[in-house]
Design a protein around this ligand. Sequence first.
Ligand SMILES: *Cc1c(COP(=O)(O)O)cnc(C)c1O
Length: 388
Amino acid sequence: MPHKPELETLAIHAGQEPDPTTGAVITPIYQTSTYAQESVGVTRGFDYSRTANPTRLALEKCIAELEAQKLDQPAYGLAFSSGMAAIDTLLRLVKPGEHVIASNDVYGGTFRLFDKVLKEFGLAFSYADVSQPDVVQMALRPETRLVWLETPTNPMLKIADISEISARVKKYSPLIKIAVDNTFASPYLQQPLSLGADFVIHSSTKYLGGHSDVVGGAIVAKDWASFEMLKFLQNAVGAVPGPMDCWLVLRGIKTLALRMDRHSSNAMKIALFLEGRPQIEKVIYPGLESHPGHEVAKSQMRLFGGMISVIFKGGGAAAHKFAESTQIFTLGESLGGVESLIEVPAAMTHTSVTGSPLEVPEGLVRLSVGIENIDDLMDDLAQALKKV
Ligand SMILES: *Cc1c(COP(=O)(O)O)cnc(C)c1O
């Protein structure tokens, strides 16, 4: 067999054949809820669009192939109506009385789901500093069934060593699954399944979609048995994306490699530019040598991504002033689109963790660096800094 295509190639072709009936090169938007049956119960593989839809199937195959590009086995994908829907569906594999370890810097919405919704159903959660494999290991319990990693984390951009943690967890108990929320890195920068993880989760709203025009989520499972359970849950729970949304994500993925290259090179230059400015206490970017996770990031990521966090000496007031003073960086939540965004997590995306152990510094500003011209971006940040 010729070698597997590289990620740039898979991003354009995986899961997508020219349409068998018309030859359309691009997967059509199969905007249909139901399918004609040839005789009772005899279908062409589709009976109802909650269960399966051809546009969604193309997306599911595509994301799975991307996450499995470095594996010598296939992986299996499922698409959802949002990242949170994907996370909720995955967590239904954990039963009452069982225990989950998550990052103490987990995405705010994930924390809210765990702490405010799933805890009520009898699941137990511990939050650990996943940048320290020892700390994760100490949090393991006989009833632990899932370790939930993000790397880089949101918004503190901590790096978890996926292979090291996976090896220690599997040694403790092969019953414990490892899930990695790969939203920040995307499969172009990092493929957790090849580093020992069992599941990858995405908010495809972010880099996979890439254009801030769709909300979506995905799960990729490494083993068929888990996939079958998740596929059952996807249909039973029903948090599926519509065909148009699937199509937008498929289209976004085609330029994933180009975009991630530019996001990463722009972010690297901006991180270096911001580091050491008098108004700034700390620039957090895994590509900087000053980042404590730099070596691990280098070993498991192709490049360091488009997200930067900055802590201002002047606290909340300085952070607000800076975030309100940029002109190209738009003040707004979310991330991963082609346009640059800026936000203050403590007052915007992460209000749900205020007062919890996950609380973030008030002086923190998070940048989602887009793919605009780097000089324009730097000029914009320089003029905003002058106002702080
Ligand atoms: C946005 C995000 C989510 C949630 O995804 P939605 O598509 O907004 O539901 C989960 N994890 C991370 C890291 C995110 O950034």
